[in-house]
Structure formats: structure tokens, C-alpha cells
Design a protein around this ligand. Structure first.
Ligand SMILES: Nc1ncnc2c1ncn2[C@@H]1O[C@H](COP(=O)(O)OP(=O)(O)O)[C@@H](O)[C@H]1O
Ligand SMILES: [Mg+2]
Length: 317
């Protein structure tokens, strides 16, 4: 299988700000990959380097085997890019706007009308064909952005936060459309929303602070990080010594107060080595010390925890 998107040591400085730091990855033909990371992680900057809109300070990108820096025309022929913020021409109608890009990207003039019709139907923008771009709602603007990206029938789609700012119904429609497109295209979409990555993509590339921190399937990511098991423990007595006493247990790694302390008592999250069952030990301890055991249950780690774990900097614990 050949790589359709290849990033090799991509690095971007804005002045002295290091926005993207030595980013390498590849996306194979037919894959649908999420580029997941919090705001300011470097997603947009990376995508702009992949598509040739911003030169890399260091490193290189290739699309369908064409170097973006040196074979930009050939590379761009394969790319459908939906930027985070669309540069719409407010005075053009949607029809004219799409025709403009079709021409620009080399769609033969005798094919243009048919192509625009086809893509307008697919992206649901037929009803705004004669509307001026400047007058489009956010939802339509996103769809026109997608139509624009697809107009020259590229095989690689690079979509920068395609669902941002949409209402829930539009989000669902857009995700469905992307899934459909994924059957025939190589797709890389950026998002800061974890469930979106899980729902639409087979593989996730996680970026934080300009660096790739993980690349895997959603399921593997959740499993990979699960090195510890966590137990939720709730006791009646507010004993200031309880955390230290629990932490002194042989298999316990850490004890943290649980955020949610609904009702009576005091709750803790007790993490222990993977595969060690501390329930008996822990309950015995709580009873011996007379803390008043109210609740004890294992806590499953979600991909949400994994994501937070990977993208949040340790704050000098
Ligand atoms: N044109 C620019 N000039 C200066 N700094 C920028 C510019 N674009 C982005 N940055 C900075 O680079 C970092 C990464 O931004 P960006 O790629 O937009 O992240 P994301 O898309 O993940 O939110 C941020 O710290 C941002 O402030
Ligand atoms: Mg962005």
C-alpha cells in the first residue's frame, strides 16, 4: 500500500514561536484518519504545510508521491483542501465560486457544469447555487467549502475542523458525508473533539504542543495507556490520613480525591498496578480504620482519559 500523505519532520516557526515540531506520519491510500488535538496544538499549521499554503521551516511533505515544495502543481492536483476559515468571494454566487475553482484546478470546460451539479448535489448546496457567498449561513459556508475541495475530484481530502460551528443536525450530516467520501478517498480531518475522531476515523494521530504524541486506532489507544487500574472508593469519615494510609498499601500507585463528591462522605480514586485486584485489601483497610465504607467500584478508562493524559502537560505533581 502506498502512502498518499507523507509528512517528514515537518517543523514550523512563526518568528520565535515553534508551532509544529518535527512532525512525521503517513496516511495510506483509502484511510480515514483523524488529526486530533486541543486548540493551538498545531493542526491547522500542519495541514497548511501539507497542502502547500505555508512553507515548512524544516522537513517535507508529499501527496501521492509528489513533493509539495518542489512539485506543488502535481501535489495540489491530488488534494482537496477545506481550510479552517474559507476565503469566500462575497460577490460571487456559489455557482460562480465553484466554477472559478473548477477552472483554476483544471477541470475541462465541457465537464465543468456537470461536475458542479454533481458536487452540489453531493454536498447539499444546490438550493444556494444563486446565493452570493457573502450571504451564506455558517452551515452552507462549510458545505460550499467542502464542495470547493471536491470540485476537481481529488483523491486526497484534507479537512480542517469540518464540523466546527455547525448545529447538531448539520454535524451529523457532515460526518455521514465524510464517511461516504472515505469509501473512495484518502481522508485526513482535524478535530479537537474526541468523539468525532472515534466516530469517523479508523486511525487517530494525536498532536499536542506541536508534537505527535500518539498514532493508533481508537481502541488501541485506550488499551495502550491503560497501565493502571483505578478504583473509586467512597468512605463516610473525612479522615485526613486516609489518602496517605491507602497510598502505603503495597500495590497502590496513587490516590487522588475524586472530583465528584455527591452526598455524604469523601470519595477517592485509587490507582493500582494493572492486573492486581486491591478490592479485598482496600475494603479490609477501610473497615479496620473505621472510615465507614460506602462504595467501591472499578473505574473504566475511556478514550477521553487517554486523550487528556496525552495532551495535558504534567503540572509538577
Ligand atoms: N500566522 C501565525 N502567526 C503566528 N503564530 C501562529 C500563526 N498561526 C498559528 N500560530 C500559532 O501556532 C500555534 C499552532 O496553531 P494552529 O496550527 O492554528 O493550531 P490548531 O489548528 O491545532 O488550533 C499556536 O500557538 C498559534 O498561536
Ligand atoms: Mg486549527
Amino acid at each position: 500500500m502506498s502512502a498518499m500523505i507523507q509528512a517528514e519532520g515537518l517543523t514550523k516557526y512563526y518568528g520565535r514561536v515553534l508551532a509544529v515540531d518535527d512532525v512525521s506520519f503517513s496516511v495510506d491510500e483509502g484511510e480515514v484518519v483523524a488529526f486530533l488535538g486541543p486548540n493551538a496544538a498545531g493542526k491547522t499549521t500542519t495541514m497548511r504545510m501539507l497542502t502547500g499554503f505555508t512553507p515548512a521551516t524544516m522537513g517535507s511533505a508529499a501527496i501521492a508521491g509528489h513533493e509539495v515544495a518542489t512539485e506543488s502543481l502535481a501535489a495540489r492536483q491530488h488534494i482537496g483542501y477545506m481550510p479552517e476559515v474559507m476565503a469566500l468571494y462575497p460577490e460571487l454566487t456559489v455557482q460562480q465560486y465553484l466554477a472559478h475553482f473548477a477552472k483554476l484546478r483544471g477541470v475541462e470546460s465541457h465537464d465543468r457544469d456537470e461536475r458542479i451539479e454533481e458536487i452540489s448535489a453531493l454536498c447539499g448546496v444546490e438550493e444556494v447555487a444563486d446565493t452570493h457567498c457573502g450571504k451564506l449561513s455558517k452551515g452552507y459556508r462549510q458545505r460550499v467549502g467542502l464542495a470547493q475541495a471536491l470540485v476537481h475530484d481529488p483523491d486526497v481530502l484534507i479537512l480542517d475542523e469540518p464540523t466546527i460551528g455547525l448545529d447538531p443536525v448539520q454535524i451529523r450530516e457532515t460526518r455521514r458525508l465524510i464517511k461516504d467520501l472515505g469509501k473512495e478517498h484518502t481522508v485526513m480531518l482535524s478535530t479537537h473533539i474526541l468523539p468525532e475522531a472515534q466516530m469517523t476515523c479508523e486511525r487517530v494521530i494525536i498532536i499536542a504542543n506541536g508534537q505527535i504524541v500518539a498514532v493508533d486506532t481508537p481502541a488501541n489507544l485506550a488499551a495502550q495507556i491503560r497501565k493502571t487500574e483505578t478504583m473509586y472508593l467512597k468512605v463516610r469519615e473525612e479522615s485526613s490520613r486516609a489518602p496517605r494510609t491507602i497510598r502505603d498499601m503495597a500495590d497502590v500507585i496513587d490516590v487522588q480525591p475524586a472530583d465528584e463528591t455527591r452526598g455524604d462522605g469523601k470519595a477517592y480514586l485509587v490507582s493500582s498496578e494493572m492486573g492486581v485486584d486491591i478490592r479485598e485489601q482496600l475494603s479490609t483497610l477501610a473497615i479496620q480504620r473505621g472510615w465507614g465504607l460506602l462504595e467501591m467500584r472499578p473505574v473504566a478508562m475511556t478514550l477521553e482519559d487517554v486523550y487528556l493524559d496525552l495532551t495535558t502537560e504534567e503540572e509538577g505533581v
